[in-house]
Each structure stands twice: as C-alpha cells, then as structure tokens.
Design a binder for this molecule. Structure first.
Ligand SMILES: [Zn+2]
Length: 429
C-alpha cells in the first residue's frame, strides 16, 4: 500500500494500515464532502450565495450530478476574490497574488487559512514519501524565502516524514545549484523540468554515470515530451511528475513511480475532465479541460473551477493498487487545431546537445522571432540546428535570429510558466 493510500485512509476516517477504499466508496465520500462545501459556500460567501442560489446540495449524490452546478473561471479570482471568502479576513494566513505574464488584466488572488496550508503540507509529506525516506536530504530548486511559500511548505512536508530539505531559490545559476547538490549529499531532487534538466546536463557533463540522486520530482510546469526520460538517463535516477496550481493548493497530483500518470489529491480535490464548450464530463482516456472542486478548503473554496489546463484521466487501475485516479502526464492542448504550444518547442530545442534553456522574444516585425540559447560549458554551437527547428512546421519561421546568450552554465532567471511570446497583435503564437 502506498503512502498516498495511508493518507487517504486517514483522511476518510478509515484504519490507516488497512486496505484503501474502492473507487465507489471514494467517489461517494467525495460527493459528501462536496455537499458540505456547497452548503458552506452558499451560506458564507456573497459570490456563491448568488451563483448557487438555486443549487440544492442534497441532490448532489453521484459524480454525474456535478454537471448541474455552474462552472466558474479565473475571471472571478481577478474581479472580486474577497466575495468568495468563507472566513473572516483575520483567519486568512496567506494571500497568493498571481499576475499572468504578458496579460494586462488584474492578477488572480487566492486566500488560504492555516488549516488550508496544513492540508497542503500533509499532501506534500505523503507524496514525498514516494521519493524520500527518513534521513534523506531533499534539494528543492524552488523559491523558499517566504514563510508559507512553496519551498517552505515542501520543506515542512519533508521534515514531517523525517527528512531534511534544502532550498536553492535561484536555480538558474546552475553551477551553484550543482555545487549545492554535490555538497549536500541530496538523494532527492525537486524542481521545474527546465531547472532539473539543466542541472542534470551539467552534472552528467562533469561526471557521467549514475550520481547520488535516486529520485527526482518535476513540478511547477508541464515537462515537454522526452525531458523526463532524458533526466532519468543523465542522472541515473527515477523521475516522478507532479501536477498542481495555486488553485489546487499547490499540490494536485503526483506520480507513484510504479505506473504511468499522476495520482490525484482526491482527499482534497474533486477533479472532472469536461468538454470545454459545454462543461459535460468526458470519458476516461478522452482529453478535456481539468475542472476542480475543493473539498474542505476553508478560506476560499472553489466549486467547478475551470483550470484552463487540458488533461485526461487514465482508464484502468495503476499497478500500485491505489484507488486514486490518475491524470496523464502528457501535455494536452485545449483547442483542437490551436497554436502549437511551447511544450512542443521545448521538446525539440531542449533535446539538442548542450542546450540548457532558451528564451524567445519578438522583434518589431511580427515575423521577427529571436531565439537566445543558454548552453552548457564546452557545448558545440547548436544555432543552425535550432534555426532548422524553427524554420520547419509547425512554426515555419523563415529567418529566426539565433544568438548564444550564455555558455557558462547559467540560464534565464525566473520561475515564470513557459509560454510562447505574444505577437504585436496581442495574440499568442
Ligand atoms: Zn500508482
């Protein structure tokens, strides 16, 4: 039985060292928690009091009943997030403000009580038990400065399982991150796909073959196809993937290492995959929009919140035996026939030998795309190969300006989600 199943049993009030619930029992328990959430939200929050005025919580019995509730989206979190509050401002322990890069709209704001943050630490603790044992050192390539920032919450989870967690808050200085890795004896690595990949490339260049890292967790951003396997080869370790967003309380789903996909945080989240146009559920295995409802979140519950992320649930059971459903790790696209995404370009450019990272920008002419490459020390210049990638479909940029921005191991700073740069018309491409 996995650590996540012990967590689920405890949260459901079942004997922790016993068999996990079956899928039907879990679904029924989630619907009971959802009824409580809807009841609380209607009573305490002006926004939900209006939105759910006609909703009768008692009629929410089976997952199919969810489709009767309206969906909400990020606009609500931009316009008047205080109207979603179900507690007093005094009970709010942390407010997260999220400005979207390139967007001129108001930032999203999310509120969490101490208990909400503790629930995230509890999920991190049991999720990290899939990777780390008591006594292990974990190196987190994550912002760790603020009191309840993601690095601190992860460190609290690792400490709760008996491990030690070091934060490397500026992982774009890859040589410094490598020195920290080598000096700390860390056996577990956590970070964004690009940061972990760059560190793995530098570590393998210095000493090829398996190093001290046994397991790595890729979080924060969706790994492009091929990157996880390359990290496994470079570091000689197992790679787990994580999906989450601030709206899910940072943690959302984590790979168990025994089967494909990531097990959902179902004691705290009810996840649906829906048709983006209608909100109707789609079958397991089909792509759709990930829609989340929080279960037990105190400050700001979310009910049928449109994540904007594409995803699909893997049909069938995981070899680990957990009843927690699994989200696919392969990045999807919401709009069929839409623009080719950054993940596809990441897959091509980060696969080129010696490329640690890259940055895209647009010149004054919309056709003018500039590509800055960040290379490992001693790497051959891949500029021509990179230009060929951009010139080929689906990008078809005839004359990209390709430059080498750095070849000392450093990469572009920041933790921003990776997206394609906007054109002068304000459209992504
Ligand atoms: Zn599993």
């Amino acid at each position: 039985m996995t650590p996540l199943d012990r967590w689920l049993n405890r949260r459901m009030g079942r004997p922790a060292p016993g068999p996990p619930p079956g899928p039907e029992e879990l679904a029924a328990w989630q619907m009971a928690r959802l009824r409580e959430t809807v009841t609380l939200a209607r009573r305490e929050s002006p926004f939900y009091g209006q939105l759910l005025a006609d909703a009768d919580p008692a009629t929410l019995r089976a997952p199919a009943d969810l489709a009767r509730l309206p969906r909400m989206d990020a606009q609500t979190l931009r316009q008047a997030p205080e109207r979603l509050l179900c507690t007093s401002q005094d009970e709010v322990a942390r407010v997260v403000t999220l400005s979207t890069s390139g967007s001129t709209g108001a930032p999203k704001r999310l509120f969490f009580t101490r208990a909400d943050l503790d629930a995230t630490v509890d999920f991190f603790r049991h999720g990290m038990e899939l990777l780390a044992a008591p006594g292990d050192t974990v190196l987190a390539l994550l912002p760790g400065a603020s009191q309840d920032g993601v690095g601190r919450l992860l460190a609290r989870g690792v400490e709760a399982l008996g491990g030690r967690c070091l934060c490397c808050p500026e992982p774009w200085d890859v040589p410094a991150a490598l020195a920290l890795l080598e000096g700390s004896g860390a056996r577990v690595l956590v970070g964004t796909p690009v940061h972990v990949h760059a560190l793995a490339r530098l570590a393998a260049a210095r000493s090829p073959g398996p190093g001290p890292v046994r397991r790595a967790l890729l979080c924060w951003d969706t790994p492009p196809p091929g990157l996880a396997r390359r990290v496994e080869t470079l570091l000689g370790c197992a790679v787990h993937e994580h999906w989450g967003m601030t709206e899910t309380g940072l943690g959302g789903a984590v790979g168990c290492g025994q089967g494909p996909g990531m097990h959902l945080r179902e004691a705290d989240l009810l996840v649906e995959i829906t048709d983006p146009a209608t909100g109707a559920p789609v079958a397991d295995g089909q792509w759709g929009e990930i829609v989340i409802s929080t279960l037990g979140r105190r400050a700001m519950p979310l009910i049928r919140y449109r994540s904007g992320d594409a995803g699909r649930l893997l049909p069938g059971a995981c070899p680990c035996g957990s009843p927690l459903r699994r989200l696919d790790t392969v990045p999807g696209r919401l709009a069929a026939g839409g623009e080719p995404g950054r993940a596809a370009l990441d897959a091509e450019l980060l696969a080129l030998a010696g490329v640690l990272d890259y940055a895209l920008s647009r010149g004054p002419d919309p056709e003018d795309l500039r590509l800055d490459l960040y290379l490992a020390p001693g790497a051959a210049d891949p500029a021509r190969a990179a230009a060929r990638v951009l010139a080929a479909p689906p990008w078809g940029v005839p004359r990209p300006v390709v430059r080498v921005a750095a070849r000392d191991g450093r990469i572009a700073p920041g933790f921003a989600k990776r997206a394609m740069p906007r054109t002068n018309h304000g459209e992504t491409s």
